[in-house]
Design a binder for this molecule. Structure first.
Ligand code: COA
Length: 167
């Protein structure tokens, strides 16, 4: 990642209209919805930028929960029946001109590290993601596992994430 790039909370200086990752739903989200979600505390929205204006990529995080029954049986059998706290990596995208240069991987690890740090303050069993068309393999490649009945919904245990970041 070139050193001038940093991750910032979405703010007024960022050019949302200029962002396009090639998935219309995600483009619409950052252009029209993300600001409202932020205001209403439905999602925390973070952007990757070199100049606090142009958005090279973004991701969103929200608190969520899942039931153990939705997990593969080897895990489900060892977990309580009440809803398990998780962090939802709701949306993520990299601007089309910068796809294929490691920006997506950088953003994913940034989001995972943020979720892991948060888990020290508020319990979080896993990070989950609903993969958009074509992105499922991206998450599989990065150790996520699918929910048996919802193959496009994937999870990564916080204990596994912790191993990536704990020194
Ligand atoms: C999916 C996306 C975020 C990946 O970002 P990117 O910057 O293009 O990916 P990177 O360059 O960081 O790729 C990292 C690795 O993942 C692989 N990868 C990237 N996109 C992939 C995909 N769709 N499927 C499988 N593997 C993928 C790369 O080949 C690379 O592998 P390598 O380390 O072995 O070379 C980006 O392409 C994107 O925004 N796509 C459109 C929106 C979208 O689908 N978002 C996900 C919504 S859930």
């Amino acid at each position: 990642m070139p050193p001038e790039y940093r991750v910032e909370p979405l703010g007024a200086s960022h050019d949302r209209a200029g962002f396009s990752c090639g998935v219309a739903e995600l483009d619409r989200y950052i252009q029209q919805q993300a600001g409202q979600d932020l205001k209403r505390k439905l999602a925390a929205v973070f952007v990757l930028t070199a100049d606090s204006r142009e958005i090279a990529g973004f991701y969103t995080l929200s608190a969520s929960s899942i039931l153990a029954a939705a997990l593969p049986p080897d895990l489900a059998n060892r977990l309580p029946r009440f809803p398990l706290p998780v962090t939802l990596l709701g949306r993520m995208g990299v601007v089309r001109s910068k796809q294929g240069f490691g920006f997506g991987q950088f953003l994913l690890f940034h989001a995972l590290e943020r979720a892991w740090r948060g888990s020290h303050e508020i319990g979080c069993w896993a990070v989950i993601v609903d993969a958009k068309a074509g992105a499922r393999d991206f998450y599989l490649k990065h150790s996520f596992r699918p929910f048996p009945a919802e193959p496009d919904r994937l999870f990564l245990l916080m204990n596994e994430i912790e191993k990536m970041f704990r020194i």
